[in-house]
Design a protein around this ligand. Structure first.
Ligand code: DC
Length: 223
């Protein structure tokens, strides 16, 4: 059973804000577990696609999610024993994740799954509603962001490095559509928890952002 006393660092923010990279580095620095909650929504979108379930069919999605057989192991994601680490990162599944995430019944099923990641000695969790819904009692809450232009530029560079053809204007448009959907949905929308620390990373390197999270986490645990 998850223990409320186990420390959690909750990091929320929009797509491509760098929260995944930063959260993983913070977790490894502290020897904590890591939850990529966006991956859970991505897995749900991929599993639905594989099973011919529409991303709009809330009841079928919730039912499917109850039976999801997933495993995170050594930086790989497994669905039904098959590696899907890359398959959940496509632009199509990114859109699917944002579309399935609007359904309250699906979110309710995925809530328990996410809470289960809270294990000693601690957890760094990144997503959209870590501080507001999943771990409202987290000791450290951070809202990490960067301008849409900087985020699009970062995503564009990542894709180019992987040899994937991409168009900067399309990426920017796609990010803005996803931001709007994530911020405006009625259940667990992306928003800064009122007691979260705002960290704007447009002008920060990854190392500087990681250090800022570690410093803030130390302050919040000692206060
Ligand atoms: O962080 P990400 O880009 O991998 O997330 C993919 C989608 O999943 C995002 O557009 C919205 C959804 N999501 C969510 O609704 N709640 C979370 N805690 C994490 C992700």
């Amino acid at each position: 059973m998850p223990q409320p006393s186990i420390p959690v660092i909750a990091i929320d923010g929009p797509s491509a804000s760098g929260k995944g990279t930063i959260a993983q580095l913070v977790a490894s620095e502290l020897g904590y577990h890591y939850l990529d909650s966006g991956a859970i929504y991505r897995i749900a979108a991929l599993a639905a696609k594989n099973q011919g379930i529409s991303w709009q069919d809330e009841a079928a999605l919730a039912n499917m999610a109850k039976k999801l057989n997933i495993r995170f192991e050594q930086n790989q994601i497994y669905l039904d024993g098959k590696i899907i680490t890359e398959a959940v990162r496509t632009e199509e599944i990114s859109r699917g994740a944002s579309e399935v995430a609007v359904h309250p019944q699906l979110r309710a099923v995925l809530l328990g799954l996410q809470k289960g990641f809270r294990k000693a000695p601690g957890l760094v969790a990144d997503g959209r509603d870590m501080a507001t819904v999943v771990f409202p009692d987290a000791q450290t809450k951070i809202y990490l962001t960067a301008s849409a232009e900087v985020r699009a530029e970062r995503r564009y560079k990542q894709l180019k490095e992987k040899g994937i053809h991409a168009n900067l204007a399309d990426i920017l448009q796609d990010l803005q559509t996803r931001d709007t959907r994530d911020q405006q949905r009625s259940v667990a929308p992306l928003q800064k928890s009122e007691n979260a620390k705002l960290l704007e990373t447009s002008m920060l390197s990854i190392e500087q952002a990681v250090q800022a999270v570690l410093d803030y986490s130390e302050q919040s645990t000692s206060s």
